[in-house]
Design a protein around this ligand. Structure first.
Ligand code: 26V
Length: 810
């Protein structure tokens, strides 16, 4: 946008007084934040209106991305950069004695997500708008986002994340667009003109109120919408029927129960707990979103016959899979469309992404709970299942076992992934290997029936947040070298290869990394009091804490390194700082113990003078999007060490790569495609391959004890877990110890230990050849373009959704 400083200052002062009714000299940072937010929102609003008008007028097909999570992070700086106003605003405010960076730090992260799946949804919104594609997000306006993590005495403590406590400048409540969502009750059948009709009665009605957030595209005029639903009581229920009967306490209780639907984001522990409230949330999201999409569609088009040609609905994992029976319900019960036609429309509209193959994470709901909460939806799922099983019977006559394995309803459960595959036209995995495992193993039987539905869409990340915003100095250097086209066409980053052997460019890249390391070191010292050496290798492992991601492998190797250093303080290793961050699900004991172990090892090592500060271990509390934006630019080694086959894709690996870190990783998820992009000489790969892991699971043959008996280092470190060596209670880590030895090391930590130690040794050697290392770093940045979510979204748009860009004029 073209706005000059003076004009902006005038706007700011006027807006400030209008909102706050006081003089600017009395302003707090929060006052200024709110004022700036209001101004930016005004700018965006104009584009928002124009976008919606163009969409309505042109009638192009639109996509709605249904997701229980959108992990957006902060919005203000992003919006300033996207409007190209950041410099002007910073200078204008500075002249008024206001520091923009202070205002920006006031904003809480919108943390409406657990990790990869939620952040992917946020990157997708960014790319949709930036590519001028008509695509919107639908989710829940959780009052509390993902919990805030505090570390107390090395243990994780969870605090509520009240991100809305100072209001939210980006959202607009649309009370007039509220819809009703119905739970419980019973279904009565009746006849109407020879047609069986289903009447849902005695239900509890919940009011779904939408809050819209504008999603601005990068330096264009597109503003798409993220619609978040909030649960409220309907006036009727609360004020009249209950309250008038004088039952005040029950009326209040009822209100509390209804509002609890949008109260909190569930933490992902990959274990289906079958909590009713979670199922309520899922139906709430799906029903409210579909009703509002259909209302808008009907206003323009009348009947729903052509719905699938104008609307695509994507479900992010199975969490919103009730979109399938809910759309069927609306088409059949409300629009009086017959089953076959309704099924054609539904499957033509819906597409599904799978994000994990961990069996414990595949959603299933007990039928009785499901049926009680959603009686009409259950009837429809039952009918879908009947027809699906009949089809299977025709194809595999007599093969009851197969049909039983593939059924949507079986063993007292509703199997959500089966419903998703049967009721959609596209099923995709999120990295090549992940899609192959889906096709060949986890969903092989479905692939045999519906081969045409399966496809791969390798994940991506938005280079605008993860490079331009997070790492401005590197971005400047890149633009100076190859021009600014990479911001729109990320594969243009490949032109950096021209400079890979240019000593002066290498020096500049190294200098940027060093200054980012200094900034992180200062942040760490301010936060935790731990002093880290900026010259040391910054080796980073940040992501959710989970056994399959193997933070345990990393920390055990650190313990081994420490043992070697104690034996020989002059050991030839380059100084290294191991940085960890990540949250454990509150109920996931082993993950929480891993956090405690990292702290115990850190305590031991950081206080031992004899090792001459050669290694340091730091755990950064409360890893979230904003903390990630500080860490990725300073990272040199990226730990992507999941047990092969377990990490569907990973997206942190891409953020590190784009910021020039070298991956140490297994051949898992997108690591494989990163290796293919950069070549073996620019990545450090180790460990079991996916097929080897899967073979062990299938045929056995792995003995943790055997590895233990053959490796003296492993013997030592494991005994240190339980012999009082670490500053913690002696039995503190017994559970972790047992998981490795007595439960035969499900994630192959011991099996991969020696290969991992070798790989770390290679890193140590490579790093000491500064020129070579920086060249590797440049290669990684240069080849990171294909991991832009613009590429991913381009593939979804053309291959699954069939949507096209809509140009929005000024
Ligand atoms: C499961 C549950 C179950 C209990 C309630 C809350 C909850 C929330 C989320 C999940 C499943 C999360 C699956 C997930 O995050 N998968 C990750 O998706 C990333 C994006 O595709 C991918 O890069 C990661 O490899 C994959 O682990």
């Amino acid at each position: 946008m073209n706005i000059d400083k003076e004009y902006f200052q005038k706007l700011f002062l006027e807006k400030f007084e209008a909102i706050h009714g006081k003089m600017i000299s009395e302003a707090s940072s929060l006052d200024c934040y709110v004022t700036l937010g209001a101004i930016i929102r005004d700018f965006i609003s104009r584009k928002w209106i124009a976008t919606n008008q163009a969409y309505a007028a042109q009638g192009e097909k639109q996509v709605y991305y249904f997701s229980m999570e959108f992990l957006l992070g902060k919005m203000m700086e992003r919006n300033l950069i996207y409007l190209d106003l950041k410099e002007t605003v910073a200078e204008a405010l500075e002249e008024l004695g206001i520091h923009l960076h202070e205002i920006l730090s006031i904003e809480p992260d919108a943390g409406l997500g657990n990790g990869g799946l939620g952040r992917l949804a946020a990157c997708f919104l960014d790319s949709l708008s930036s590519l001028q594609l008509p695509g919107h997000g639908c989710s829940i306006r959780y009052k509390y986002g993902f919990f805030e993590q505090k570390i107390v005495d090395g243990y994780q403590v969870e605090l509520p994340d009240s991100w809305l406590k100072n209001g939210n400048v980006w959202e607009i409540r649309k009370a007039d667009k509220a819809v009703e969502v119905r739970f419980g009750g019973n279904v009565r059948m009746d006849q109407n003109n020879g047609r069986t009709v289903f009447i849902h009665e005695n239900y509890d009605a919940v009011l779904a109120v939408p809050y819209d957030t504008p999603i601005l595209g990068f330096r264009n005029n597109t503003v798409n919408t993220l619609r978040l639903w909030s649960a409220e009581t309907t006036m009727r229920e609360f004020d009249f029927s209950t309250f008038n009967r004088g039952d005040y306490l029950n009326a209040v209780k009822y209100k509390y129960e209804v509002e609890s639907i949008s109260q909190i984001l569930y933490p992902d522990d990959r274990h289906q707990e079958g909590r009713t409230l979670r199922l309520k949330q899922q139906y709430f999201l799906v029903s409210a979103s579909l009703q509002s999409i259909i209302q808008r569609y009907k206003k323009k088009n009348g009947s729903l016959q052509g719905f699938a040609e104008k609307v695509a609905i994507h479900i992010n994992d199975t969490h919103p899979v009730l979109a399938i029976p809910e759309l069927m319900r609306i088409l059949i019960d409300e629009e009086e469309i017959d089953w076959d036609e309704a099924w054609r429309i539904t499957t033509g509209t819906i597409s599904y992404t799978n994000h994990t193959i961990l069996p414990e994470a595949l959603e299933k709901w007990p039928i009785d709970l499901f049926q009680t909460l959603l009686p009409r939806i259950y009837m429809i799922v039952h009918e879908i299942n009947e027809r699906f099983c009949r089809e299977l019977w025709q194809r595999y006559p007599g093969d009851w076992e197969k049909i039983h394995r593939m059924a949507i309803l079986a063993d007292g459960y509703v199997h959500m992934a089966h419903l998703a595959v049967a009721g959609s036209h596209s099923v995709n995995g999120v990295a090549e290997i992940h899609t192959e495992i889906l096709k060949k193993q986890v969903m092989a039987e479905f692939y045999e029936v519906f081969p045409y539905k399966f496809n791969n869409k390798t994940n991506g990340i938005t280079p605008r947040r993860w490079l331009l915003k997070a790492n401005p100095s590197l971005s400047r250097l890149i633009t100076d070298a190859i021009g600014p086209s990479w911001l729109h066409h990320s594969t243009d980053l490949i032109h950096l290869m021209k400079f890979a052997d240019d000593p002066s460019f290498r020096e500049k890249v190294a200098a940027v990394k060093y200054s980012n390391k200094l900034a992180l070191a200062k942040f760490i010292e301010d936060k935790s009091g731990i002093r880290i050496h900026p010259e040391s290798i910054f080796d980073v492992h940040i992501k959710r804490i989970h056994a399959y991601k193997r933070q345990l492998l990393n920390i055990l190797h650190i313990l081994d390194l420490y043992n070697r250093l104690r034996e020989n303080p002059d050991l030839d290793i380059f100084p290294r700082t191991f940085i960890f961050g990540g949250k454990a699900a509150p109920s996931y004991y082993q993950a929480k113990q891993t956090i405690k172990l990292i702290h115990a090892v850190a305590d031991k090592i950081n206080h031992d003078r004899t090792i001459k500060d050669k290694i340091k271990v730091v755990f950064l509390e409360n890893y979230n999007v904003s903390l990630g934006e500080r860490i990725f630019p300073a990272a040199e080694v990226s730990q992507q060490i999941s047990t092969a086959s377990k990490e569907a894709s990973g997206t942190g690996n891409m953020k590190f790569m784009m910021n020039g870190a070298i991956t140490i990783g297994t051949l898992d998820g997108a690591n494989i495609e990163i290796r293919d992009a950069v070549g073996d000489e620019n990545i450090v790969i180790f460990g079991l391959a996916a097929h080897e892991v899967l073979d062990y699971y299938r045929h056995g043959g792995y003995s943790a004890w055997e590895v233990y008996h053959h490796d003296a280092r492993i013997k030592t470190i494991l005994s240190q877990l339980i012999n009082g060596f670490l500053p913690a209670a002696q039995d503190e880590f017994k559970n972790l110890y047992d998981s490795l030895l007595y439960h035969n090391d499900e994630y192959f930590v011991l099996k991969d230990f020696a290969p991992y130690a070798d790989a770390q040794h290679r890193i140590n050697t490579l790093y000491q050849d500064k020129n070579r290392w920086t060249r590797m770093s440049i290669c990684n940045i240069a080849h990171s373009g294909r991991f832009s979510s613009d590429r991913t979204i381009g593939e979804y748009a053309a291959g699954i959704w069939q949507i096209r860009p809509v140009y929005i004029g000024n």
